[in-house]
Design a protein around this ligand. Sequence first.
Ligand SMILES: [Zn+2]
Length: 259
Amino acid sequence: MTAPAREALVLRVVDFGESDRIVHLLTPHAGRLAAIAKGARRSVRRFPGTLDVFHHLRVQIAERRRPGGLARLEQARLVGWFPGLRSDATRFALGCFVLELLDRLAPENAHPQDARRLFRFAREALALVERAPADARLRVLLELVALDALGLRPELDDCVRCGGGPPAGFLVAEGGVVCGTCAQRVAGGLLPVRPGTLRALSGALRLPLARLDRLVLAGPLLAEARELVARLARFHIGLELRSDGFLDEILDGPAAGAA
Ligand SMILES: [Zn+2]
């Protein structure tokens, strides 16, 4: 039985054994999926120049036979590859950052509707990284909208405890802001945030992804936004992303002085 051709975006590729590769994919039919490409390191015939990060593919995948087993990548054909991410180190690092977030947090066996939405997000985010100014601001905004796309949208407007306002700070563990009254009952971990920072981040969540780069976020507001979003991401991912340190180095400058 021939598997149907599907779309997929390559998130990560790992060499396996003598001649195989394990490919981590984001698909619009099932979300995240790992598949083994047998013989991919020896033969380029079945996978000609296809198994690389950022590649948008048409693939044939034989579903895994037992729970916990690996699906098998039978064939792959290149559809698109975001060339702008290959010609600039900062864009490449930002693109890797988006892929790593998806690789860590995207669900396996996702509902097709969720999987389609996430796949569209991934392609739009990479297209944005290809053309928008690649700076510390874009990194923060991308991380925020990626968390939102992954179902981890923070509450930035109304108190997560009572629904009131105005916000007195952000509680990472509760995923949102708390008002002054509720803040008095918070034992610790309240992150102070300026209203302007919350307005900017809240605005970013309402903008279409393609227009995210129009949002103004600079100086101390950017530093606060960076801290808030980084702590939120860290809380959900549980570890530091490999691309985080690399991005810090590349983007380190007056605009990125949040650390
Ligand atoms: Zn409250």
